[in-house]
Every structure is written in structure tokens, then in C-alpha cells.
Write a protein that binds this ligand. Structure first.
Ligand code: SAM
Length: 280
């Protein structure tokens, strides 16, 4: 039986399996196993947890997650060329790595896992935000997952952790911070990847809170936040006009000056407004 020491370096894996990076699949690989181990450690203690990884590619992070003691890793990869490389890893960790070939946007892999669940991935840039929004908006809270440890372009990472009053503050920040503790865990320069992307990257950790930070109906909150930030340069009395003819009164009732703009409103303020607007 192969052992972990017998797994080849990732550069050899790329050559052996002809894994030339495809831009359309967002393929910027991490080939330094020390780095992938460090990212896996950011996910916290994985022993006794099922882990979902999206886009394992040649499997650098996958190796890290398994070495960190994940009970089971389910890895969803769109590119069939990666499957033989991932099969080599599966052989070293019998029964602990399952690889599903397919588009993560078209599947619901969380259904196949048993809590406690962690999600950890170096996400393809073109589907990363969409996947995050899906994980943040399940039909019920708390979600099935405990924490997300995800690599994004730095600019997206900054949008997730942004505070009111900053340019990066928007829908993603409110959505994430309403129901999670969020932090940037690591910064990575372009040279950490092969091939290097044009921009820097960052690993973000999101820990699900047992209950939302402030009470609000998710659908109403989502509508308020979307309307506010769709026209972020406008004052709220204008950008939210479509939500209620009496929007100025509602804003005043919760202590928000109608002349404020969405980027100045805290998560707590948005929730207060959502509660106010939900009153029949
Ligand atoms: N995890 C590897 C690493 O860190 O080296 C690869 C990361 S690379 C940024 C993104 C990976 O996601 C690629 O392997 C790509 O083939 C895969 N991918 C792209 N779109 C996908 C999708 N819709 N569903 C699943 N995997 C996808």
C-alpha cells in the first residue's frame, strides 16, 4: 500500500498528469506543501469533522486537510484531468477521501456529509462569491457547517470583513457578519501560486454563530441590503424608496437619518430597519 511519504512532490504531479493550468477554470495551484498545510491548520481542529473541499486540483490542500486529521474529505473537482492525481492521495488515506467530478454550482455536496462539517477551499475565482453566498443563505440557521476557511482574491476577502464607512463595505459584509464571526487569517502574494494570478489573495475564516447577531427576517434584510447597495451613492430615502412609500418615516423610527447612504449603516442598523419594514 502506498504511504504518505510515497506521494510525489506537486510539481511532479503536475508534469506526470499533464495538469497545465486552465484560466477558464480559475486554476492557480498551490504547490508548496508547507503552505497548504498552514492553510489547512487555519481551519482549526479537523479531527472528527467531515470536510468539503471545492476544487482540489492536484491536491495540495487536500493532502493538508487529511494530514490535519479530517475524518473524511469530500472533494468536488470540475476538471477530470485531476482525478488520477487525487486517486493517488485517496490510496494513501483509505476510506477518507472521496472525489466527485462535477461543477460545484450544480451539486449539493453538503447533503452527503455528516456534521460537524468544515468547508475549506482555494476557490476558483469565477465561482467563489456565488458559492459563499449560497453557504451564507441556507433556509435555516445555524447552517449544517461550522466554519468556512476560504481563499479569495484579496479584494473579495476585504469585502467580506469590511466595516461600515469603508468602500469595501457592502452586501457581502452584511450577509457574512450578520450570522458569522469573520476574519482574514492569511495573506498570500501572487507568487505563492502557479501560475501567479494578477492579484494578491487572502484566506478568510467565517465561523457560524449559533444564532444571527441581530433579529431580522432574512428575506426582508436581503431586500433592504440589496436595494441600499444597488444604488450605494444615493441617500437611503431615495435608494430604498421602492420598499415603502413611507421609507423616510421608517428610517427615522429606527434612528437612521434618511440622508445617510447604505455604506454608513451598521449590520445592527440594517437589521433594525428590516424589522421595522416587516411590521405589517
Ligand atoms: N485546491 C487547488 C490548489 O490549491 O492548488 C486548486 C485551486 S484552483 C484556484 C481552483 C480549482 O477549482 C481548480 O482545480 C479548478 O479546476 C476547480 N474548479 C473550477 N471551477 C469549478 C467548479 N465550478 N466546480 C468545481 N471545481 C472547479
Amino acid at each position: 500500500m502506498p504511504t504518505i511519504d510515497s506521494l510525489p512532490p506537486l510539481r511532479d504531479v503536475i508534469t506526470t498528469h499533464g495538469l497545465s493550468a486552465k484560466k477558464a477554470l480559475g486554476q492557480n495551484f498551490l504547490l508548496d506543501l508547507n503552505l497548504t498545510a498552514k492553510i489547512a491548520r487555519q481551519a482549526g481542529d479537523l479531527s472528527g469533522m467531515d470536510v468539503l473541499e471545492i476544487g482540489p486540483g492536484p491536491g495540495g490542500l487536500t493532502r493538508g486537510l487529511l494530514a490535519e486529521g479530517a475524518r473524511r474529505v469530500l472533494a468536488v473537482e470540475k476538471d477530470a484531468r485531476c482525478l488520477p492525481a487525487l486517486a493517488e492521495i485517496a490510496a494513501v488515506y483509505p476510506g477518507r477521501l472521496e472525489v466527485v467530478q462535477g461543477d460545484a454550482l450544480a451539486l449539493n455536496p453538503l447533503e452527503q456529509l455528516t456534521p460537524p462539517i468544515a468547508i475549506c477551499a482555494n476557490l476558483p475565482y469565477n465561482v467563489g462569491t456565488e458559492l459563499l453566498v449560497r453557504w451564507l443563505t441556507p433556509s435555516a440557521w445555524p447552517p449544517v457547517w461550522d466554519r468556512l476557511t476560504l481563499m479569495f482574491q484579496k479584494e473579495v476577502a476585504e469585502r467580506i470583513v469590511a466595516k461600515p464607512g469603508s468602500k469595501a463595505y457592502g452586501r457581502l459584509a452584511v450577509l457574512a457578519q450578520w450570522r458569522c464571526d469573520v476574519r482574514i487569517a492569511m495573506h498570500l502574494p501572487p507568487e505563492a501560486f502557479t501560475p501567479p494570478p494578477k492579484v494578491s489573495s487572502a484566506v478568510v475564516q467565517l465561523r457560524a454563530l449559533p444564532a444571527p447577531r441581530f433579529e431580522a427576517d432574512p428575506k426582508v434584510l436581503e431586500r433592504v441590503v440589496a436595494a441600499g447597495f444597488n444604488q450605494r451613492r444615493k441617500m437611503l430615502r431615495a435608494s430604498l424608496k421602492g420598499l415603502s412609500p413611507a421609507i423616510e418615516d421608517h428610517l427615522t423610527a429606527v434612528g437612521i437619518p434618511p440622508t445617510e447612504r447604505a455604506e454608513q449603516i451598521s449590520v445592527e442598523g440594517f437589521c433594525a430597519l428590516a424589522r421595522q419594514l416587516a411590521i405589517p
